[in-house]
Design a protein around this ligand. Structure first.
Ligand code: TXA
Ligand code: MG
Length: 327
């Protein structure tokens, strides 16, 4: 079992030291919990791959504490600086050319690195105390549902790690948006995430390239090696629907769970679940992974779930649901 630690000054100081000497720590961010190691320490980062059973060709995101720290690990360009100043700290990851200080294992041999500055206050305090960046993928066993509480991290990786920093439930509940900025003239979204693409486009005053709304956009899979068609998946088979009709809820077999976007007007029985009171996308995203875990543990034989509207956060929610349903 891992120790779940509260973010006291003393604990943060100890965790910094533990990380400096090559330890792994479960950490909160505003998107999902991460599994962190000193990004300058190749051996420590190798332990992340081992603990998660993650394939070595799936690169890790590095977490830094400020725009200025970009220079520590990558070659930034004016567009990256501008977007960092606008959206950091926050749920936006850039892909930029890496500096030699970042070991190849972190980037899965790529010459670019994913970099982000999280807005989670306690995690920020930890990163700011470290004079090294923290490589941290989501803290789930490979391909399983991402964790949004310290208890989720304990459930999935508790036997493999010693410490988890408790920062409460994650505010956004889906991972950061990943933006490829290697070519300034052609910014491109590689993963839909907690920062809606529309907000980046509004800032830039133009539209940018985005992944297709499918779990198997091969052009993106090639650019972001972790975007596999099957991911975020409960063990219980999940079927995704454009919508779920009232008539279907009325005849739902007891071994099937229905997962609706919003609370139904009428009570529909114990196997009908919902992600929000009234369909608000931020609430749906915040509850998504925790609800999928709950249904996965409840002994159902099947889950049917409803797609969100294809806009704003809905794109990230549907991306996760599509991959969760992939068989
Ligand atoms: O919100 C988040 O981004 C969370 C928290 C913990 O920060 N992290 C996260 O990491 O989602 P992870 O490892 O689950 O997903 C990272 C994905 C990789 O699978 C890969 O597709 C992409 O980011 N990625 C990372 N570095 C890359 C690079 N250099 N080039 C292209 N894609 C990269
Ligand atoms: Mg992940």
């Amino acid at each position: 079992m891992a120790n779940i630690l509260q973010p006291t000054e003393e604990n943060l100081r100890d965790l910094r030291k533990f990380l400096l000497f090559g330890g792994l720590v479960g950490v909160p961010t505003e998107t999902v919990y991460g599994l962190a190691a000193n990004a300058f320490d190749a051996q420590a980062c190798a332990k992340i791959f081992e603990a998660k059973q993650r394939p070595a060709n799936d690169p890790l995101i590095c977490h830094i504490s400020s725009v200025e720290a970009l220079e520590q690990i990558c070659y930034a360009n004016p567009l990256a600086i501008r977007l960092a100043e606008r959206f950091w700290p926050g749920p936006l990851t850039f892909v930029l050319p890496k500096k030699d200080k970042i070991p190849g294992i972190v980037t899965a041999g790529l010459d670019s690195v994913g970099v982000r500055c999280s807005a989670h206050p306690e995690f920020q305090r930890l990163v700011a105390q470290c004079d090294f960046p923290l490589a941290a993928p989501s803290a789930n066993p490979f391909a399983y549902i991402s964790p949004t509480t310290a208890q989720h991290v304990e459930a999935g990786l508790g036997s493999k790690i010693q410490f988890i920093l408790d920062g409460g439930p994650c505010a956004f509940g889906v991972e950061s948006t990943i933006l490829d900025l290697r070519d300034e003239s052609q910014p491109r979204i590689l993963r839909y995430g907690a920062l809606p693409a529309e907000e980046i486009e509004a800032e830039l005053g133009r539209s940018i390239e985005k992944p297709a709304a499918t779990s198997a956009d091969e052009s993106v899979q090639h650019l972001a090696p972790g975007s596999l068609p099957k991911h975020y998946s409960p063990r219980t088979p999940l079927d995704l629907r454009g919508g779920i009709a009232t008539s279907e809820l009325e005849t739902l077999p007891p071994e099937t769970a229905a997962l609706l976007l919003a609370k139904p007007q009428q009570d529909r029985g114990k196997n009908v679940h919902w992600l929000s009171e009234d369909g608000k996308l931020s609430e749906i995203a915040a509850n998504l992974f925790a609800k999928l875990r709950e249904l996965d543990e409840a002994g159902y034989q099947r889950i049917i779930a409803e797609e969100a509207p294809e806009l704003g956060l809905g794109l990230a929610i549907n991306d996760r649901l599509r991959r969760a349903s992939f068989r």
